[in-house]
Design a protein. Structure first.
Lengths: 116, 551
């Protein structure tokens, strides 16, 4: 099924969760992401060999635990995700927000739409 | 245009079957990503931020309605309803699923299309003047030679693992360069020598990216017959001596720079001499056979009422008159015209086209352009063979499809790469900058006149910012997007690299910065002077002052 482009490109200002601009706790946590092999979509490691395309479901750990989380995420064959890596997030009100613009764009979509 | 023969079709079918099996093995885990990556790249499939991106070759930018309809189908069935035309006359789809790519390639093969050699360290799509075969200022149509080079370079056993990618552009115009020839690894101009024979000026070592360079002349006049052996000799020198130890120094421009053009020429001529009589030489009958695929279409005789109808439409509709003034170019046949279809409606992502627009254009090409469409390296399209009397009707229909903007070559006709919104290589976004600028500048377009603004989201320069009259390069400064501005670049026959004008500016300051540069230009320009000429006459000082002096 092909999507109408207006559905597909809502832009980040429409799709980013509201209310997390200033997290209560500004500690940076670490999570693991990659691109799903079969369709290239960004996915997030949630533990137990499972991945989600919703960033809020991502497992997140303190910096010193990041390597362990990544190693856990890399287990399994055939692996459903291409080249998992660690990235920074902040957490507020139970929601995760990537620190870098690049990861925000991956999580929430392009900031441009064809029909804007 | 060139039509595949049975050999070509069987080759493409075999390639699709081979790729289908490679994808099956990758999805089953039988191939690792390291093993699979070069295989998918050889078919133009990248993995970007959100999805796979498929780059489809459009040889020398020439499309038929059938091919364009297939691209619309791909956009609709396998993507999100649109495609993006690139600065190499190709098309990209941003939302592709790996598991569907074998089917996509199978569908493309039915219309003689593919993604072969749109990536990888090989010879890429050969690009050409988009007005080839139609322009009034041409020595000869360059496309037969592009097709010859395409056939020679496809799966070339010696040149499939070059030190780096290799890009060739060809122009057939007498003087103008509409193909950015001088910023290609090899550039070819069709030239006429003192004896009146037509051959090639061969240039080498142009390129953009991290170390931009303008190409130098390798051979001032090369007989047509020797085109492929000479290219072969040049590629052999590159393949042997090009650096493979450092990704950032691996293009042929670096080799030319380090050897110097004299030594480079000596090396190529020596290799060429050793090759002796080559089976690659092009006898006239081979050139004629390929050229037959590009024979002029059956132009209709002029109708008496054509000019009168056109003039009446111009007189009665200022918007149409503006479109004719900007977007219509003289054709070599007096009763015809070339129409530039702008894919830059102010505020929209440059070069993006919906499936519906593609289908509309396919229909318009059939009705108004003798079945041809071209892609330009400036991310617009061209209907190359339009009867002058049909221009009013064509424009109405283009406008209805949001394709009738009269801004070809103006400030709002911006080139931009996909940038950080899509591309995994990018440092900053380029499309929102382009959108904001084009919205802001559209009202000043006709006051400003020709102005080429080009935006890249990283130093790889896919937006050609180095050769923009105003170039904008996105950079990452401590996690924030900043934009470095260059001025004075040019991609035409007076090719020049833009000069950095000062410190990078914040994202929300780009539009006002460009405004100030334009204000200086408008204040200082002489009659008929374009932006690069004003800059060359005055130097950077007044522009720097406008942008950076404390007020």
């Amino acid at each position: 099924m092909s999507l109408d482009v207006t559905d597909a490109d809502p832009g980040p200002m429409d799709s980013e969760p509201a209310g997390d601009v200033t997290p209560v706790a500004s500690e940076t946590r670490r999570a693991v992401t990659g691109n799903r092999l079969r369709d290239g979509r960004p996915v997030y490691f949630i533990g137990n060999g499972r991945w989600s395309d919703t960033i809020d479901e991502a497992a997140h750990v303190a910096a010193e635990e990041a390597e362990r989380l990544l190693t856990e995420a890399q287990q399994g064959k055939p692996h459903p995700v291409v080249a998992p890596y660690v990235f920074d997030v902040t957490v507020a009100n139970g929601r995760l927000r990537p620190v870098s613009l690049r990861e925000r764009i991956r999580a929430f979509g392009p900031t441009v739409g064809l029909r804007r | 245009m060139y039509r595949y023969d049975e050999f070509d079709r069987r080759f493409l079918e075999a390639r699709v079957a081979q790729y289908r099996d490679q994808v099956r093995r990758r999805l089953a885990g039988e191939l690792s990503e390291d093993e699979f990556r070069p295989l998918r790249l050889m078919n133009g499939l990248y993995l970007q931020l959100h999805a796979y991106m498929l780059r489809i070759a459009i040889p020398y930018g020439t499309l038929s309605p059938e091919k364009l309809r297939m691209l619309a189908k791909i956009a609709r069935r396998y993507d999100r309803g649109y495609g993006h035309f690139t600065t190499r006359q190709n098309i990209q789809f941003n939302w592709i699923k790996l598991e569907e790519t074998p089917d996509i390639l199978a569908e493309l093969a039915t219309v003689e299309m593919h993604g072969i050699q749109t990536s990888g360290n090989c010879i890429r799509n050969v690009t050409a003047d988009p007005l080839a075969g139609a322009a009034a200022d041409e020595i000869e149509d360059p496309r037969p030679y592009c097709e010859i080079i395409r056939q020679w370079s496809t799966l070339h056993p010696e040149f499939s693992f070059l030190p780096r990618k290799f890009k060739i552009a060809v122009s057939g115009a007498v003087a103008a360069d509409r193909a950015a020839v001088r910023v290609h690894d090899i550039g070819l101009y069709l030239r006429r020598n003192a004896a009146g024979e037509v051959g090639f000026e061969v240039l080498v070592g142009g390129g953009l990216g991290r170390t931009p360079m303008i190409a130098k002349t390798l051979r001032a006049f090369l007989p047509k017959r020797q085109l492929l052996p000479y290219l072969e000799a040049t590629l052999r020198v590159y393949n042997e001596f090009g650096r493979r130890d450092n990704l950032f120094k691996s293009r042929i421009k670096i080799l030319v720079q380090s050897l110097g053009i004299e030594k480079m020429r000596e090396a190529v001529e020596a290799e060429f001499a050793v090759m002796g009589e080559s089976p690659l030489e092009l006898p006239p009958e081979t050139i004629a056979a390929i050229s037959a695929h590009f024979a002029p279409p059956p132009f209709a005789a002029a109708a008496e009422e054509d000019e009168a109808a056109l003039e009446e439409a111009r007189a009665s509709d200022p918007a149409f008159a503006r479109w004719v003034a900007r977007n219509v170019v003289r054709h070599r046949v007096e009763s015809y015209a070339i129409a530039i279809v702008s894919l830059k409606p102010p505020g929209r992502p440059p070069g993006d086209v919906t499936a519906e627009q593609m289908e509309r254009l396919a229909e318009l090409a059939e009705i108004f352009s003798l079945g041809e469409i071209r892609v330009t390296h400036e991310q617009n399209l061209v209907l190359p063979h339009v009867r002058r009397g049909d221009l009013p009707e064509l424009w109405w229909r283009l406008r209805a499809a949001d394709l009738g903007h009269a801004n070809a070559g103006l400030a709002s006709d911006i080139i931009a790469c996909p940038g950080l919104d899509y591309c995994s290589l990018a440092n900053a976004r380029s499309i929102p900058v382009a959108q904001d600028l084009s919205r802001h500048l559209a009202a000043r377009d006709h006051e400003i006149g020709e102005l080429r603004i080009k935006i890249s989201g990283c130093i790889n320069a896919c937006g050609h910012h180095h050769v923009g009259h105003i170039g904008i390069l996105g950079v990452d400064k401590n996690g924030e997007e900043f934009y470095q501005i260059t001025i004075g670049g040019s991609a035409d026959e007076n090719a020049a690299l833009g000069a950095i004008i000062g410190p990078a500016v914040a994202a929300d300051a780009v539009t006002s910065a460009v405004d100030k540069l334009i204000d200086v230009y408008l204040r200082e320009r002489r009659e008929g002077e374009r932006f690069p000429e004003t800059y060359r006459r005055l130097g950077a000082a007044p522009f720097k002052e406008a942008l950076y002096a404390a007020h």
